[in-house]
Design a binder for this molecule. Structure first.
Ligand code: C5P
Length: 403
């Protein structure tokens, strides 16, 4: 999988919070995504975690002291500041945030922060009262005004045993935030891309629904890939087990009719729509207000009516329309006929009988068909990479000029 993190230089500042152990996971995930991760530990952080742990994971020297003769910073004290594509402080203590707000440079991390031009992301972790303190709040606001991005803290159980707002946000959210920062001037900047995801739920009564298999993974991955290239990404999603991706605007829906309304609304000013959702083709003619009792009969017939075809019904000429065709037979012929009948620009055909491709898996093997009869048969790849490939083909089709 190749993401916006590939080959980038990320400096990870780790400060003295009990959440330090989570920074090891963050360093590991960034390294796995092929980023070059330089870790700076503050004195406080070194009490919780060791340089060895980070060096073993990043395969790079870890900085603790500007004056350490072993450190690159002893020769060039702004080396990391200049090399970094982004600097992330996770976890960030109230003390480090205060030092940043006031421009102090009394250790390797704050020196690097003061000297950098790269986007800075701060993920605080501290006692809830420390975060709520007017001094911390004023420091956060000041830094935000200067362009620093804050992510979290999240609410939950704190090390003190109290429940409150002070937890370090989870690794995927921090990675999403770094990716969005790195991709903000990407080749889709200024474009609005609407993606649908999940299986719609058509209510029979308050407890029963008719639905389709869909984990939502394909649509979420497309939205993330669009975000990572600077697009303003909107995800119209049914309930799924997936976390909302950082930097993607979520519109939560359940039924096909809800999804149609949301898609129509969002597409008024969109440049492209990708319908990755498994929309139910049928819905009950009526939904009972109360739970329907089992009764004595062994049979029960539910009268169904067709749902509107959402993508076929989208009128906007300026919109690039991409559909999916999940087929179990005659893949290409069926996808080609849907491309025409639904008035699409592209259709992504996938064979749902393949084990490593399709519903719940993280990978997919698809063929992308276009209006000119072109068929691009892609190998098995991550759903994120499928998203990248779809967007590569959407980009030249934009009706409005790309700025
Ligand atoms: O006709 P079929 O359901 O196979 O078409 C698949 C494509 O059409 C998908 O992109 C799906 O999201 C979209 N679709 C839709 N509205 C429906 C049914 C499917 O937009 N009611």
């Amino acid at each position: 999988m190749s993401t916006v993190l590939d080959g980038k230089h990320i400096t990870l500042g780790v400060t003295g919070s009990i959440a330090c152990y989570k920074a090891i996971d963050l360093a590991s995930k960034l390294t796995q995504a092929n980023a070059n991760v330089d870790v700076i530990l503050t004195k406080g952080a070194s009490k919780f975690v060791t340089t060895l742990a980070f060096a073993a994971i990043t395969h790079r020297p870890v900085v603790t002291d500007v004056f350490d003769p072993q450190s690159e910073l002893s020769i060039d004290h702004v080396a990391l500041a200049e090399r970094s594509d982004s600097i992330v402080i996770a976890p960030a203590t109230a003390h480090t945030i205060a030092k940043m707000a006031h421009g102090l440079a009394d250790d390797a991390l704050t020196t690097t922060l003061l000297a950098t031009q790269a986007p800075v992301i701060v993920a605080p972790a501290m006692d809830a009262h420390m975060f709520d303190n007017p001094a911390t709040q004023a420091n956060v606001r000041l830094l935000e005004e200067r362009g620093v991005t804050f992510i979290g803290p999240a609410s939950g159980r704190l090390a003190s045993g109290l429940i409150g707002k002070g937890r370090l946000v989870e690794t995927p959210e921090i990675i999403g935030c770094i990716s969005a920062a790195l991709g903000r001037h990407g080749d889709l900047a200024g474009k609005k891309i609407v993606v649908s995801a999940g299986g719609t739920e058509e209510a029979i009564d308050p407890v029963r629904v008719i639905t389709n298999h869909s984990s939502g993974k394909m649509g979420y991955a497309i939205a993330e890939a669009a975000r990572d290239r600077g697009a303003s990404a909107v995800l119209v999603s049914t309930p799924t087990a997936l976390p909302a991706p950082y930097g993607v605007r979520m519109v939560n829906v359940r039924s096909a009719l809800d999804m149609r309304d949301a898609i129509n609304h969002e597409c008024r000013d969109a440049d492209a729509v990708v319908m990755a959702a498994a929309v139910a083709d049928w819905r009950p003619v009526s939904t009972a207000d109360q739970k329907i009792k089992k009764g004595a009969s062994n049979e029960w017939a539910i009268e169904l009516t067709k749902t509107p075809d959402i993508i076929a019904g989208l009128a906007a000429d300026s919109l690039v329309k991409v559909g999916f065709a999940a087929e179990s037979q005659d893949l290409i012929a069926n996808a080609q006929s849907k491309l025409v009948s639904k008035g699409l620009d592209l259709i992504v055909a996938n064979d749902i009988t393949a084990e490593d491709a399709g519903f719940a898996s993280d990978t997919n093997r698809v063929t992308i068909l276009d209006r000119e009869g072109g068929a691009d048969d892609l190998p098995l790849m991550s759903k994120y990479d499928v998203g990248v490939n779809i967007l590569d083909r959407v980009r030249p089709l934009f009706r409005r000029d790309i700025s």
